[in-house]
Design a protein around this ligand. Structure first.
Ligand SMILES: O=C(O)CCC(=O)C(=O)O
Ligand SMILES: [Fe+2]
Length: 371
């Protein structure tokens, strides 16, 4: 029921008689910023499908998305009463919402502001300067608009800069902005700090299910992938019809998101409704991705989420994804499989490639991963 009711929204496709040609794509990319500045009506390639739930049909949750003090989740704190309570809260958040707001993460507010500042400075550069870092034709890394992966895809109203940070020897530094000049250094430092937090969380997640603390982290492997996605949402004249990011669940293991400091936009799908994720300026929104749902044998939920647009204000966000080593097989942890909860998913490798194939076929990856 849950999945069926959202399938049309998960992989939206337009039923247009004509699909996008290469020239259309180029001109669309060029004009998004112009359309934003001039307040012009976006073209139908950006319009939501008729049967999708519109942005104004969204709610502030009466039972808010949990706020978790993650300083209490480190191995040394977990023996205390507060640590145990917080671990229980973590489990409850991930089995219901699949996400939470993380405070007590130890990264200074001034550093988080710096991350937002370099992101803002990059997106404010002239188009020609940003295009030096344009996405490669056959790759996903670099700067650009929504990547077109299938015909009749509804387009997201945003610009992205997508970069791999880990393994470090796989960095494509030619795509890392040199302008503003602190960009690379800030991103490198931010990546290191966020990875430490992710490692603590992945262990705490295992412990919250009474598993040995490395049960999930060993599946990520020593050379797990870490990617950063900088999202920039220009103002949009039709927030009633156009989304910043269409509904999706992340294909990652875990995602740590730094929201805009002031402008809301992120929404999470739960109980057939879209809920607004409030801005807590120096908290992270942490959500699990599909691969953690698989490893937890469906106990943790990889939340469906979307981003709405705004006619008044632009918005930025920075998402960091940690993904198990593509060559390593992941699957439900043995301790989470029993007669009451039989194995839900098969073991699989390289979920990113699988995700991509599913998107092109118009099927839901998590459904296709089921036994
Ligand atoms: O901008 C946001 O708040 C979320 C972006 C997102 O969901 C993503 O990059 O996967
Ligand atoms: Fe996402």
């Amino acid at each position: 029921m849950y999945v069926l009711s959202i399938i049309p929204q998960v992989l939206p496709r337009r039923n247009m008689a004509r699909s996008l040609g290469a020239t259309d794509v180029v001109s669309l990319a060029k004009s998004l910023q112009e359309m934003s500045m001039n307040g012009t009506e976006p073209p139908p390639q950006y319009f939501l499908e008729e049967n999708s739930i519109k942005p104004m049909d969204s709610f502030l949750p009466s039972d808010p998305i949990p706020i978790i003090d993650i300083s209490l989740l480190s191995s040394s704190s977990l023996s205390s009463k507060e640590g145990k309570d917080e671990l229980e809260k973590l489990k409850s958040a991930l089995t219901s919402w699949g996400c939470f707001q993380a405070i007590g993460h130890g990264i200074s507010s001034s550093f988080l502001d710096k991350v937002r500042e370099v992101a803002n400075q990059f997106f404010a550069l002239p188009v020609e300067e940003k295009q030096k870092y344009s996405r490669e034709v056959d790759g996903s890394e670099g700067y650009g608009n929504d990547q077109i992966l299938s015909e009749n895809q509804v387009l997201d109203w945003l610009y992205r800069l997508f970069l791999r940070l880990r393994p470090v020897d796989q960095r494509k530094l030619q795509l890392w902005p040199e302008n503003p000049n602190e960009f690379r250094e800030v991103l490198d430092e931010y990546g290191t700090k966020v990875k430490i937090i992710m490692d603590v969380l992945i262990k705490a997640m295992a412990k919250s299910l009474n598993l040995e603390e490395n049960s999930f982290s060993s599946q990520f492997g020593e050379r797990s992938v870490m990617q950063a996605r900088f999202n920039f949402y220009p103002r949009c004249a039709r927030p009633d019809l156009v989304l910043g990011v269409k509904p999706h669940s992340d294909g990652s293991g875990i995602t740590v998101l730094l929201q805009d400091k002031e402008v809301e936009g992120l929404q999470v799908f739960k109980n057939d409704k879209w809920f607004i994720v409030s801005v807590i300026p120096h908290a992270f929104v942490v959500n699990i991705g599909d691969q953690m749902q698989i490893m937890s044998n469906g106990i943790f939920k990889s939340p469906m989420h979307r981003v709405v647009t705004n006619s008044e204000r632009m918005r930025i966000s920075v998402a960091m994804f940690n993904i198990p080593e593509p060559d390593k097989e992941i699957g439900p942890v043995d301790g989470l499989i029993d007669e009451k909860r039989p194995r839900l998913y098969r073991n699989m490798k390289n979920y990113a490639a699988f995700n991509f194939e599913c998107f092109q076929k118009g099927v839901v990856p998590l459904e296709s991963a089921k036994i």
